[in-house]
Structure formats: structure tokens, C-alpha cells
Ligand binder design. Structure first.
Ligand code: NAD
Length: 506
């Protein structure tokens, strides 16, 4: 049997709490969209409608920008430690509501609840805490300029920022985006993905409860072509932070040209995960499975290309395929489930189409390559953990599949490994497994990537810069880097000695 259906004790309820927020949040008010339209939110486990949410269109974005503009002066003028205190309070509220939030995330996205509890929720809380603490630690500077002059640099908030978020980690990305933007004193118009808006709306509700003033956070679920495009082009939004595909990122760049918005783009990836001949194979097998199968492979930093030194390829694959075939698919709400469904039917069809693409280019399917065996899972968007042997130039080694789909290939030496690893248009995250310290750092240096993991994979922390190079985007989330992204420098000159300039003296 390829993959086991997890054995829960009775089917868990899938009903949402009746007070789950489903409207737009504009200026602290829950409101319908101006067009009165709604979007079905689907449970990817069974294709059923979980709830319906209000759909934001262009004029709703305009209203939200007005509300964010109105809220900005007071929020920006608040002492930084006060903004920080409110973010810390929000982190506490999220932690208190943790169990309900993880359930909501699991229902909306299909993430196994086990992962929501172990990763999505703690990372969300940690991000708000980190940026709550950051609010009054992020400083300007004093520049040593010419004698008699003082030059200090203030970091000022931008104003109204737009944030466009994808569906793969909605809860966590809400924290990654809101935390630094608010700590820096901006107000926000956030557009979550139309597919997975529920936890973002709930976090915004908790933010109001925590005392973050109305209008500081506005949330507008809606489609990319309407609400998203309006956020990208709005003349009074000073910056857009976008996470999503490279193709959409390009559209955001074009749409932002009107008012020359500051942009931060976190786009796609095609992570190279290189296993050298001296690696701890068991650690590499487990780490590589996490790299590609966690969250059903729906991660920009997924290790989707597994590159094996030819001396250990057979041993690695033997263990890796056994592990892949043993991953428990099942109901995301069942704590025993290790892999849930993909988040949408459209995405399921896309991932499945890549199995045909791989076969068409002569790839050999070593595991998976199909939907679930278990009839109980047939209504959900499940794809079995899939492993194919492919050539570095194949489409499945060049294009982002964004599913539980690993392409494996072999290499002879370090130089070949680097040349294969760097031969895509992306450059987000890559990893390597070796016991040779010198090689580890040498290869890390040679990888065309914004992030490199040595003997681990997909590590992230709110203090460590997160982002890509090449067509994986530009700008960085996290740490002091992201605080610079959400502020602009104002350089102030003071003529301390009251010097009269030497020019035009009479
Ligand atoms: P997507 O590009 O289709 O959508 C992302 C967001 O953009 C959604 O909210 C969508 O509604 C919106 N959007 C769509 N068209 C738009 C337009 N014309 N103008 C403005 N907004 C628009 O991506 P997705 O399918 O939701 O997410 C998967 C992609 O996101 C993958 O490519 C993945 O690699 C990438 N991603 C990147 C990172 C990172 O940090 N680099 C993290 C997670 C996901």
C-alpha cells in the first residue's frame, strides 16, 4: 500500500464557529463588499463549501485606503514601545486562541493540524512577539560628516502599505507581513488569497480586541485581478509587499509603476537539495522529506530538486522512497495525519498535470504519481508523495510544481552539483548535506540563493533575512532588513557651528 489513511476515532466536526469573521474589515467595521458579491470558501478535504465570504472589489480597496490613511498619523505618532506593546498583546491573544486558529487553518488550507500546532501557530506568535519587541529597538543613525555639522538619519514609516498574500501559509504570512509593517508605524491594506482568508480575518479581529486602533489593519479578501490589482496600482499606497508567483509578481511590478511604489517581492522557487557522499544519510533522508513533503510541498522554499552524489544515490533513494510511501494521508483535522490535501482543486489539477509532463519527458516515476488509494479520500484534493527521476533540464526540474513532487537526479562532483543547482531562473532557498565543513561553506557561497541550509532544510526565524535572488524576487522579510523595507530614510543636516557657506559670500 502506497500511503495509509490515518485512523482517527470518529469523524471530527467540520462546522465553523458561527462567529467566524467572513466580511471585509475596513476602518474597524465588518462590512460587505460594495458590489455585494461573495466567494465560496472550500474545504479541500471534501470539496464542500465551508462558508461564504464577502468579496472585495476595486472600490472596497479605495475605501480601505481612505481608512488606512485616516488612521496613519495617530498610529505613526504613537511611541514605538506602545506599538510594540499592542503587537505583544496581539501575540498573547493569538496564543490564547491557538487551538481554534489551528483548526480554522487546517479546515481552510488542508494543512495537517499537527503541522499547524507545531509550526504555523508557534511561528505566527513568535513573529508578532519578535516585531513587538523590535518596534522600539529599530534605530536611526548619526553619520560622521564634515566638522561643524550634525547629520542624523531617521527611519520613517511609509504610510499606507499594501500586502498581498498567497494561500499556502495564510496564518503565518499574515504575521510575517503585519508584524514589521505595524512595528514601523505604517497602516495596512491586506489582501489575503481568495482561497484562504479565514485566519487572516480572525487575526485582524483579535488585533482590534488587543487594542490596535480601527483602520490600522484593513483586510480585503478578493480576487487578484480586481482587488489585488487595485492594491498594486493604487496611487496612495506607498509600498506593496507581495508574496506569490513570479508571473503575478511581474504584473505587480507593472501595476506599481504609476506612483513608483516601493516593492518587496517574495516569489517562486525551485530549491536544490544536494546530498554529498559523506552526508549523514538518515538525517538527509528525513530532512529531504520535510523539505518537499511538509505542507504537501506547497512551499516557495520547498526542496523540490533532490540532487544525489552517485555514490550514495541508491542507499538514499531506498530509504527515501520507503519513507515517502509511508506518509499518512488523511483528514487534516486528525492529529495522526502527516499529509493533507492540496489547498484547491485548480492547484490539484495543476500538480497532477506535472506527472504527465514528467512522463512525457521520459522521467521515471519512483513513487506516487497519482491521487490517494483510499476511497475515503477521493473527494479531497490529495496527491500521493511523488518522486520522479528526471534530467536537470526537464520542465519538472525548471518549473515550480508546488506540490508533494520531488525530482531526483545524480551528480559526480561538487562542480557539477553547483552547476545543476544554479541552472534555474529562481534563487530562493537551497540546502546541502555533508560532514565536510570546508565544502559546506564553499558550496553555500557558490549557490545562487537568498537562503542556504547546511544539514537542515526550510529553517526560518523572524530574525533571519528571508527572500530570494533572480526571479525569486527582491527585498527581504524578517529582522532588521524588513524594518528597512517598511521605512524610508530621512537624512537631517544641522549646521551646529552656524557656519556660513563659502559659496556666494559677499
Ligand atoms: P499567486 O501569484 O497566484 O497569488 C498570490 C496573491 O496575489 C493572491 O492573493 C492573489 O489573489 C494575488 N493576485 C493574483 N493576481 C494578481 C494581480 N494581477 N495583481 C495583484 N495581486 C494578484 O500565487 P499563489 O498561487 O497564491 O501562491 C503560490 C506562489 O507563491 C508560488 O509561486 C510560491 O512559490 C509563491 N510563494 C513565495 C513565497 C516567498 O516568500 N518567496 C512564499 C510563499 C509562496
Amino acid at each position: 500500500m502506497d500511503a495509509r489513511h490515518s485512523q482517527g476515532g470518529g469523524a471530527p466536526s467540520r462546522a465553523l464557529p458561527p462567529d467566524t469573521p467572513t466580511r471585509l474589515l475596513i476602518g474597524g467595521e465588518w462590512t460587505d463588499g460594495a458590489a455585494g458579491a461573495e466567494i465560496d470558501v472550500i474545504d479541500p478535504y471534501n470539496g464542500a463549501v465551508l462558508t461564504r465570504i464577502a468579496e472585495a472589489r476595486e472600490e472596497d480597496v479605495d475605501r480601505a485606503v481612505e481608512a488606512a490613511k485616516k488612521a496613519f498619523p495617530k498610529w505613526a505618532a504613537l511611541a514605538a514601545h506602545e506599538r510594540g506593546r499592542l503587537l505583544l498583546k496581539l501575540a498573547d491573544r493569538i496564543e490564547e486562541e491557538g487551538e481554534a486558529l489551528t483548526r480554522l487553518e487546517a479546515l481552510d488550507t488542508g494543512h495537517p493540524i499537527r503541522d499547524c500546532r507545531n509550526l504555523d501557530l508557534p511561528r505566527t506568535v513568535m513573529s508578532f512577539r519578535y516585531f513587538g519587541g523590535m518596534a522600539d529597538k529599530f534605530e536611526g543613525s548619526l553619520v560622521p560628516v564634515d566638522a561643524g555639522f550634525l547629520n542624523y538619519v531617521q527611519r520613517e514609516p511609509i504610510g499606507v502599505v499594501g500586502q498581498i498574500v498567497p494561500w499556502n501559509f495564510p496564518l503565518m504570512f499574515t504575521a510575517w507581513k503585519l508584524g514589521p509593517a505595524l512595528a514601523a508605524g505604517n497602516t495596512v491594506v491586506m489582501k489575503p488569497s481568495e482561497l484562504t482568508p479565514l485566519t487572516t480575518l480572525r487575526v485582524a479581529e483579535l488585533a482590534l480586541e488587543a487594542g490596535i486602533p480601527p483602520g490600522v489593519i484593513n483586510v480585503l479578501p478578493g480576487y487578484g485581478a480586481t482587488a489585488g490589482a487595485r492594491v498594486a496600482s493604487h496611487p496612495e499606497i506607498g509600498k506593496v509587499a507581495f508574496t506569490g508567483s513570479t508571473a503575478t509578481g511581474r504584473k505587480v511590478v507593472e501595476a506599481s509603476a504609476g506612483n513608483l511604489k516601493k516593492l518587496q517581492l517574495e516569489l517562486g522557487g525551485k530549491g536544490a537539495n544536494i546530498v554529498f557522499e559523506d552526508a549523514n544519510i538518515d538525517a538527509a533522508v528525513g530532512g529531504s522529506a520535510f523539505a518537499i513533503f511538509h505542507n504537501q510541498g506547497q512551499a516557495c522554499i520547498a526542496g523540490s530538486r533532490i540532487m544525489l552524489h552517485e555514490a550514495i544515490a541508491d542507499e538514499f533513494l531506498d530509504k527515501f522512497l520507503k519513507l515517502a510511501k509511508s506518509i499518512r494521508l488523511g483528514d487534516p483535522l486528525d492529529p495522526a495525519t502527516e499529509m493533507g490535501p492540496l489547498t484547491s482543486k485548480t492547484h490539484f489539477d495543476r500538480v497532477m498535470s506535472y506527472i504527465g509532463v514528467a512522463k512525457g519527458e521520459g522521467a521515471e516515476v519512483l513513487a506516487g504519481g497519482a491521487g490517494p488509494e483510499d476511497d475515503a479520500l477521493r473527494d479531497g484534493y490529495f496527491v500521493r508523495p511523488t518522486v520522479v527521476r528526471a534530467k536537470p533540464t526537464d520542465r519538472v526540474c525548471q518549473e515550480e510544481v508546488f506540490g508533494p513532487f520531488a525530482a531526483v537526479m545524480t551528480f559526480k562532483d561538487e562542480a557539477e552539483a553547483l552547476s545543476i543547482a544554479n541552472a534555474t531562473r529562481y534563487g530562493l532557498g537551497s540546502g546541502l548535506w555533508t560532514r565536510d565543513l570546508s565544502r559546506a561553506h564553499r558550496v553555500a557561497k557558490g549557490l545562487h540563493a537568498g537562503m542556504v541550509w547546511i544539514n537542515c532544510y526550510k529553517r526560518a526565524h523572524p530574525g533571519s533575512p528571508f527572500g530570494g535572488v533572480g526571479e525569486s524576487g527582491y527585498g527581504r522579510e524578517m529582522g532588521f532588513d524588513v524594518m528597512r523595507e517598511y521605512t524610508q530614510a530621512k537624512s537631517v543636516w544641522v549646521n551646529v557651528d552656524a557656519q556660513i557657506p563659502p559659496f556666494y559670500q559677499r
